[in-house]
Design a protein around this ligand. Structure first.
Ligand code: NDP
Length: 404
């Protein structure tokens, strides 16, 4: 049905390649390209060993638009999946426009020199993609991604109006390392050392980093201390569901993780401005990333589960209603299937699903879209079939109380 070029040979890239390889009727030809060829080749070999599917490989610097266009010209993809880093979103989108190919990513653009997460840069591509008859699907991982499909599913099947939305993200896994992040350490640390932010009463309320927290009871896991963070899908969800009065995002962190992070911050290791060291400029956070375990190294012996869902309160037929939809994912099962841990798995599977729906024409339309703008039904159906089964319950017994 289509040729797909996957850019980024990290934890998420590992899963996307292996999930695409399991759907040869949709992904007829797969190429993986990334900065370090040895990582690309390792994933290609493992994919052939596990699923008998040959993957084409290439080295590319995705910051370089002309190098990307050259690669597109040689492989001639129908769709480009960007699972490199958020810094590469705009160069890859530029290259897609120049060559003429559809685009999908899992994280919104972020400038390297400033930790700022917002969709404005990518939404500004709307007219250019539309005019060329191309589609760009933004943020099609789990959160962002599946959480927006969950919200769209709730809006379509369970509510007349959504008023309160809490996205709850728990990783109750244990990788046995003293300190490691589950996705790219640089991006992860930039995200959580920022001020927190949530939407209430038509405006963003900013809070000091990690200053609001409480235990949330996660299905099959139990109560875990959860911290209010800003997360990018809040921005698009409050835009596309204007009845939302309050939208928040919560993520669990263990005490040891927070203590490590505080120490690293206190000693200046999370800084993103250059520091002169032995005659050269280094960015402390980039150096820290180099010494921390990479997300694709965490899979072996990783036990426990992730649990991510949306808790929603709103109105149906003139009455108050509460609703909870979630997925739990086992790190061990993810590793057994793909050789990657659960956080990479929960991101890579939705990326493969979004790509399949685009190539099949079910989600294909010119322009730049967030996941909640598309029909959630085929996406949720594929989640059940491809390793991320979801569960739902209605009623007042939500594990997390609503003050309003
Ligand atoms: P990793 O660090 O494991 O992988 C990133 C990969 O991108 C690495 O292989 C890296 O190459 C490659 N890369 C970086 N810069 C370039 C470049 N200039 N040119 C080509 N390749 C490059 O990260 P993850 O796999 O954990 O994350 C991938 C993406 O997924 C990130 O954008 C992350 O924010 C997003 N994500 C989204 C989630 C969601 O739920 N929506 C959840 C988790 C992650 P090298 O190996 O040489 O460093």
């Amino acid at each position: 049905m289509g040729k797909v070029l996957i850019i980024g040979a990290g934890g998420v890239g590992t899963v996307v390649v292996k999930k695409c390889a399991q759907l040869p009727e949709v992904f007829t030809d797969i190429m993986l390209a990334s900065r370090t060829l040895s990582k690309v080749e390792r994933i290609a070999q493992d994919t052939e060993k596990r699923f008998g599917v040959k993957i084409k490989t290439a080295q590319v610097d995705a910051d370089n638009v002309q190098a990307l266009v050259q690669l597109f010209n040689s492989f001639q993809p129908d769709l480009v999946i960007n699972v490199a880093l958020p810094y590469q979103d705009l160069p890859i989108m530029d290259a897609c426009l120049e060559y003429g190919v559809h685009y999908l990513d899992t994280a919104n653009y972020e400038p390297k020199e400033e930790a700022k997460f917002e969709y404005s840069w990518q939404w500004a591509y709307q007219d250019r993609f539309k005019q060329k008859g191309l589609m760009a699907l933004l943020g099609c991982g789990f959160d962002p991604g599946a959480t927006q499909a969950f919200t769209a599913h709730a809006a379509k099947h369970h509510f007349d109006e959504i008023h309160y939305l809490d996205i709850v993200d728990c990783n109750a896994g244990d990788h046995g390392k003293a300190f490691a992040t589950n996705f790219n350490p640089e991006i992860n640390i930039r995200e959580i050392t920022q001020k927190g932010k949530y939407w209430e009463g038509g405006q963003w309320i900013e809070i000091e980093p990690m200053s609001i927290h409480k235990p949330i009871d996660y299905p099959g896991i139990g109560p875990k201390e959860s911290y209010l963070l800003f997360h990018e899908e809040l921005e698009s969800l409050v835009k596309h569901f204007p009845t939302i009065k309050r939208a928040r995002f919560w993520m669990t962190f263990g005490q040891a993780y927070i203590t490590h992070l505080q120490v690293l911050q206190n000693v200046g290791m999370t800084r993103i401005d250059p520091v002169r060291f032995q005659g050269q400029d280094i960015i402390p956070l980039e150096f820290l990333k180099a010494v921390l375990p990479a997300p694709d190294e965490l899979g072996e012996n990783y036990t426990g589960e992730t649990s991510i869902g949306c808790q929603i309160k709103g109105i149906k037929d003139g009455k108050d209603k509460t609703y909870f939809v979630w997925n739990n994912c086992s790190h061990e099962a993810a590793y057994k299937e793909t050789g990657a841990q659960g956080v990479s798995y929960t991101t890579g599977v939705p990326a493969m699903i979004g790509a399949a729906l685009m190539l099949k024409g079910i989600w294909m339309k010119p322009g730049v879209y967030n996941v909640e703008q598309l029909d959630p039904d085929p996406f949720m159906d594929m989640m059940n079939k491809h390793g991320l089964p979801w569960h739902e319950k209605t009623g007042v017994d939500l594990p997390h109380e609503y003050p309003n």
